[in-house]
Design a protein around this ligand. Structure first.
Ligand SMILES: [Zn+2]
Ligand SMILES: [Zn+2]
Length: 143
């Protein structure tokens, strides 16, 4: 697997976009984060590194990271799009608590297998998928 830096450079080249210093910094900051982050949260991290980078630049660069496959965009049902890094991470899906927004990362081979099987029934070869199950976590269920 090539490095995310190389992947991003190739993506920018292919789309005739410049590999600016600002885009490089947004990539580096994003790679340094763990978990799921909104553009606003990522902007806070980026601006600590370089205050001259605008929120709009961060937002557009994150979109490019998603398009190039380095970032995955996620919808946890609260109206905020979040991003997580796909590089060096095994595939996982998410359980989301609709009361406290707690997120649990899950992975179940049988579900993965059944998705492949379902898709192939329709002549599909699956490239990626997202599964989010919305519910109430154990702590919130106690209340
Ligand atoms: Zn909860
Ligand atoms: Zn996750």
């Amino acid at each position: 697997m090539s490095s995310p830096q190389t992947t991003f450079l190739e993506f920018l080249n292919k789309n005739n976009m410049a590999a600016t210093e600002q885009r490089r910094i947004v990539l580096e900051v994003f790679l340094g984060t763990k978990g799921h982050h909104s553009c606003e949260e990522l902007y806070v991290h980026v601006s600590k590194r370089d205050p001259s980078i605008s929120p709009a630049t961060v937002y557009r660069t994150i979109k490019l990271l998603a398009e190039s496959g380095i970032a995955e965009s996620l919808d946890f049902g609260d109206g905020v799009t979040r991003f997580e890094c796909r590089h060096n991470r095994d595939h996982h899906d998410h359980l989301v608590c609709i009361r406290c927004n707690r997120r649990i990362e899950v992975m179940e081979d049988r579900i993965e297998y059944l998705q492949e099987k379902l898709a192939s029934k329709y002549g599909f070869s699956v490239k990626r998928h997202k599964m989010v199950l919305y519910g109430i976590c154990p702590d919130c269920r106690k209340q």
